[in-house]
Structure formats: structure tokens, C-alpha cells
Write a protein that binds this ligand. Structure first.
Ligand SMILES: Cc1cc2nc3c(=O)[nH]c(=O)nc-3n(C[C@H](O)[C@H](O)[C@H](O)COP(=O)(O)O)c2cc1C
Length: 287
């Protein structure tokens, strides 16, 4: 029996693979179909098909007078003036309108393909995705949980050549969520988007029909539960866990170090209140 239809939401599905006959293309088709079957609207950004320009450069901010030489300030100025390159503004519009972001890619050298890294470099401009000051906490900006894109969630779907055990807690390729830490924590959580546990399709170079059925049904299941699954419990920057140097306070997870220290153990209460009187991050309004 088909699952109950859920409330309709918009998903921006950013897809990075050069080859239409690939495993990734088949998984994308299965995932998009499942998301639509769950009642959601899917907007696809197929980066190779779009001929997406991956380099952030001066052309992205051309036309803005008196640009400062620092690239982040230049993009901030161009964002405020509405003069960022049109392809960037279009992707920002799609993301602003989305309730969830899906990033789908093959893992290449422990990272996203360059074209997707370039989508992030160019679309997550200062002013749009980071760099807004928190007026109640001098010297701090809204980021790590409270960034300007808060209120959205993200699903990373990646295929890997590595078998699953080799990306497990003691696997030679490193534990999946730690390999993806720069994307999940340093990028998505930084701008306020709550990442869900990533979905990995392992041993992707040795796939048969039954592997594909299993992988596509895992992705379909996640699409049906996309707005119910609990995001990864990363710590908020501005809600008391970090001191003025942005280091974990001594009484928070004493002794814990490394990447996993920035994630709350499951038993900790996730309903951390916002600081009293603290305003919500302003709504993004610029087009
Ligand atoms: C340039 C390149 C780099 C890769 N780096 C990794 C890697 O760091 N870790 C890994 O597990 N697999 C790696 N692989 C294997 C790919 O992840 C795998 O071929 C892909 O996920 C298969 O999906 P596809 O058939 O849709 O391309 C790499 C492959 C290529 C081409």
C-alpha cells in the first residue's frame, strides 16, 4: 500500500555527476520519484547539465562599484546591491524557496566533485548564507545552527567506491560522518541548515540489480521521512556551549576532543533554548 501523503514541501535537489548512464543518475531518478510520490515539489539543479561555472571569481561580482579587494566583502557588497552573477542569484532564489536541500554526488577524493564545491563557493555568499551579526552577542555572527539559512534541513546522498566497513568507526577510509564533517558541519550547519544523517551507497563500483533495489529503497524511505528524521545533533555556537574563543567550555563534554565533541551525545537535551531576548535571524528577503 502506498504511504500516506505528507504535507507538501519544496526540495532543492542539487546533483553533481557528469554521466547520464551512471549509478548516480539512476539513484537520482529513483530518489526524485520517491520525493514526488511523498507529495513534495522537487526542483532539480543538475550542475553538469546546467554547465555550472565552478570558479568563484571577479566576474561574479562585476558591475558593483568600488569593490573591496577581499572576496567575501566583495560578494557581500554585490549580494546587498543585487548584482551577483545571475546564475548565483537564481540558485539563491531556489534555496530561499526550499524547505530542504538534497546534495547528491559520488565521493571523489574524500569530497564533493569540484563542480558542487563551486556551487557552494558561489551560492553561499556572505550576506546570504553567513556574516550577519548577532546584535545581542557582540563580536558574534549567526552561524553554526543559527545561520541565515536556518529553518531548512539537508540530506547528503553520496556513492562511494569504499565498502561500508572500511568507512565504519575503525575503517581505513575513515568514518563516514567524519569524512563528511567539512560539508555537514563546516558548511551546512555553519549556514544554519540542519543536516540529517548522510545516506551512503557503498561499494558503488561493484553494483548489481539487488544492490540497486536495496539502495534505491533506502533513498525512497528517507524521502518519505525527510521531514520526520532527527537531524544530526551538532552544537549551536551561540547557545552556551562555547566560550569567547569559540572553544567548548570546560564543563561541556569534559575530556572530549576532535570532531565528535561538536555533536551532543544522544541523551543530552536537544531543546536548548535561544538566549533570552535574542531576536530570530532576520528573514531573507532580497532577490
Ligand atoms: C576522481 C575520483 C575520486 C574518487 N575518490 C574516492 C574516495 O575518496 N573514496 C571512495 O570511497 N571512492 C572514491 N571514488 C570512487 C567513486 O566514489 C565511485 O566510482 C562512484 O561513487 C561510483 O558511482 P557512479 O558509478 O555513479 O560514478 C573516486 C572515483 C573517482 C573517479
Amino acid at each position: 500500500m502506498p504511504p500516506e501523503p505528507t504535507e507538501s514541501r519544496t526540495i532543492l535537489w542539487v546533483y553533481a555527476h557528469p554521466e547520464e548512464r551512471s549509478l548516480n543518475a539512476s539513484l537520482r531518478d529513483a530518489g526524485v520519484a520517491a520525493a514526488q510520490e511523498a507529495g513534495h515539489r522537487v526542483v532539480l539543479s543538475d550542475l553538469y547539465a546546467m554547465g555550472w561555472k565552478s570558479e568563484l571569481d571577479g566576474a561574479d561580482v562585476a558591475g558593483t562599484p568600488d569593490l573591496p579587494p577581499e572576496i567575501s566583502r566583495a560578494t557581500r557588497r554585490a549580494y546587498d546591491a543585487g548584482t551577483l552573477a545571475p546564475d548565483i542569484r537564481e540558485e539563491q532564489r531556489k534555496l530561499r524557496d526550499a524547505d530542504a536541500l538534497v546534495l547528491q554526488f559520488p565521493l571523489w577524493w574524500y569530497a564533493t566533485p569540484a563542480i558542487l564545491k563551486g556551487w557552494i563557493d558561489r551560492v553561499f555568499a556572505k550576506g546570504f548564507a553567513y556574516g550577519l551579526r548577532d546584535p545581542r552577542q557582540p563580536g558574534r555572527t549567526f552561524r553554526y545552527g543559527d545561520g541565515p539559512l536556518a529553518g531548512r534541513r539537508a540530506q547528503v546522498i553520496t556513492t562511494t567506491g569504499s565498502p561500508a566497513p572500511a568507512m565504519g568507526p575503525r575503517g581505513i577510509n575513515g568514518q563516514l560522518d567524519q569524512v563528511l564533517f567539512p560539508l555537514l558541519h563546516g558548511t551546512l550547519w555553519y549556514v544554519g541548515i540542519a543536516p540529517l544523517p548522510p545516506l551512503a551507497v557503498h561499494s558503488a563500483d561493484r553494483f548489481d540489480r539487488s544492490d540497486f533495489r536495496e539502495a534505491s529503497s533506502r533513498i525512497a524511505e528517507r524521502m518519505h521521512g525527510l521531514f520526520d528524521v532527527e537531524p544530526i545533533g551538532y552544537r549551536y555556537q551561540n547557545r552556551g556551549d562555547y566560550d569567547d574563543d569559540l572553544v567548548l567550555r570546560d564543563d561541556v563534554a569534559p575530556g572530549a576532543t576532535g570532531l565528535s565533541a561538536h555533536q551532543e551525545p544522544e541523551q543530552e537535551d536537544r531543546r536548548r533554548p535561544e538566549p533570552p531576548g535574542r531576536p530570530h535571524v532576520p528573514e531573507l528577503s532580497r532577490t
